[in-house]
Write a protein that binds this ligand. Structure first.
Ligand SMILES: [Zn+2]
Length: 141
């Protein structure tokens, strides 16, 4: 859809320039063709990334597992410190995480720990589809 709009806009723009005689078709054709293929390549690369990262239930599932792991670590550290409110840092949680490593969203999202008592979030969040298996969200865990 995006691709069609971009290509359509370019065609309309070029056609208008040609019609008004501002452009000489022979001179610009190689450049137009070059830009068209470069633009098309860039657009298809972006779309593939979007589909792969945002609508992939498998990656979302891994992300939700990471979020649950972060929430477990958060609850454990909060309990040990006797905290019921406030905020913990990445450094506080590291000893409770497997391999003392901060998890990474497999689709490229960033984790936001949030306050004690709220669920950690992935910046991808809802994938924007009706189904929930591709969402990077944990609720009422
Ligand atoms: Zn994620």
């Amino acid at each position: 859809m995006k691709q069609k709009i971009i290509v359509g806009a370019v065609i309309v723009g070029v056609a208008a320039l040609l019609a008004t005689g501002a452009l000489n078709w022979q001179g610009i054709w190689p450049r137009v063709r070059h830009l068209f293929y470069r633009g098309r390549g860039a657009v298809s690369q972006m779309t593939q990334l979007d589909v792969k990262a945002l609508n992939n239930p498998h990656l979302a599932q891994q992300c939700r597992a990471n979020l649950r792991m972060l929430e477990n670590a958060k609850r454990k550290v909060a309990q040990e410190k006797g905290m019921t409110v406030g905020r913990l840092t990445e450094k506080d949680l590291l000893p409770e995480l497997p391999g003392r490593r901060w998890p990474r969203c497999p689709a490229g999202g960033e984790y936001i720990l949030g306050d004690i008592g709220t669920m950690p979030k992935c910046t991808i969040g809802s994938a924007g589809t009706v189904r929930t298996e591709d969402d990077h969200i944990i609720i009422n865990y």
